[in-house]
Write a protein that binds this ligand. Structure first.
Ligand code: SAH
Length: 354
């Protein structure tokens, strides 16, 4: 059975919200198990000390390595191969992919920090994997642990009512979820989008995909870039990968683009493509760009060419590159991607596989 073992100074916080609703019913039904272990029970001095002042000075307190190690060792039975996680703002940000992987396993041992955090040596000595729930600081790891456990538990077999309900939601395919509606048909003068009440399943699916893509593009250029197949190319600094939206505003600017063209992402993102289109080429550029964007239902040919671009230092260079128009499920052009390859003399520059 999937088992979460939480090491905390506040065991009474558990199950807390995990005892309610979906996770709570599943817990009561024996679909998963939760153990909250009191770290303080593993302190050895008469004051049950769990923390001490930071070496080197500074504010706050640090949780002691010896106490935490004892708590971990006393809790983990021999052969317990579950991942050992430390909730920490310095950790790898939790993703739905990681949640799904954890849900497929046997559970997790989860250590919750308090105060300024934990002595680094226990992280090393017990090979703890630091996991963050976001780029902000909580006062303790308990709420972060609950978020992680809740996200895992809802994916366990038998927990969610309909098996399929996990497959289509946010992040499952690298996109944010489409907007949802339910009755009444009219609310304060706002109607449910017609396509959703049309009964045409194909159209509903296309609309939902297009909306998911639109929301992802607008709100999460990082997810959008990965979804558009940019992740590998975007990381390599031999390639400049630039993504513009349908208005020609730069939304993604890869490390390679910074290297080749001189502008940093902070400068480039949010600027029109004029930033890099040479002035005497702009008219042609925008005429072609607008035509491609307006040209629904027909594939504007993706260009492979020596595209002239203007660098930050004013030089106009021609890089071998590709220009690709990105279309949503309704064939609307949602943006364009340009990939330039550094002319490093190699015979056959590896273009990213899109
Ligand atoms: N001084 C630390 C913050 C300590 S916050 C720093 O600046 O990095 C106290 C505890 O809250 C942490 O040890 C951790 O267990 C938990 N915590 C705080 N923010 C978190 C986050 N974003 N994700 C996961 N755990 C977090």
């Amino acid at each position: 059975m999937w088992r979460a073992t939480v090491l905390t100074l506040f065991p009474d916080m558990f199950p807390g919200p995990l005892g309610q609703s979906l996770a709570g019913k599943a817990l009561a039904a024996g679909l998963w198990q939760l153990d909250a272990v009191d770290i303080r029970a593993h302190a050895t001095d008469k004051h049950r000390t769990v923390d001490d002042t930071p070496a080197g000075g500074g504010p706050g307190m640090v949780m002691k390595a010896d106490v935490l190690a004892r708590a971990i060792d006393a809790t983990l039975g021999a052969g317990d191969a579950r991942p050992r996680l430390l909730m920490s703002p310095r950790g790898i940000p939790l993703t739905q992919a990681r949640v799904a992987a954890l849900a497929r396993g046997g559970g997790a041992l989860i250590l919750c920090g308090r105060f300024e955090g934990v002595d680094e040596r226990v992280v090393e000595a017990r090979a703890l994997e630091e996991v963050s729930v976001g780029d902000y600081v909580l006062s303790g790891g308990e709420i972060a642990a609950m978020a992680l456990i809740d996200a895992c538990v809802r994916l366990l077999p038998g927990v969610m009512g309909e098996e399929a309900s996990g497959a289509e939601e946010s992040f499952a395919e690298g996109l944010l979820e489409y907007p949802q509606y339910t009755r009444p048909q009219a609310f304060e003068g706002r109607a449910i989008p017609e396509v959703l009440v049309s009964g045409d399943h194909g159209k509903v699916a296309a609309w939902r995909r297009a909306e998911a893509e639109r929301l992802t593009r607008e709100r999460r250029p990082d997810l959008w870039a990965a979804y558009a197949g940019l992740s590998q190319a975007a990381l390599a600094d031999t390639h400049a990968v630039i993504l513009a939206d349908a208005d020609g505003i730069i939304r993604v600017w890869s490390p390679g683009a910074e290297k080749l063209l001189g502008y940093g992402a902070a400068t480039a993102i949010g600027q029109p493509l004029d930033l890099i289109v040479p002035p005497d080429y702009r008219e042609r550029h925008w005429a072609g760009f607008r035509a491609a964007v307006a040209n629904r239902n027909s594939k504007y040919p993706d260009a492979a060419a020596n595209i002239p671009v203007r660098c930050r230092d004013g030089r106009v260079l021609r890089f071998p590159g590709r220009l690709i128009f990105l279309r949503d499920a309704l064939e609307r052009a949602v943006g364009a991607m340009a990939i330039f390859v550094a002319d490093d003399g190699s015979a056959d520059p590896p273009l990213p596989n899109l």
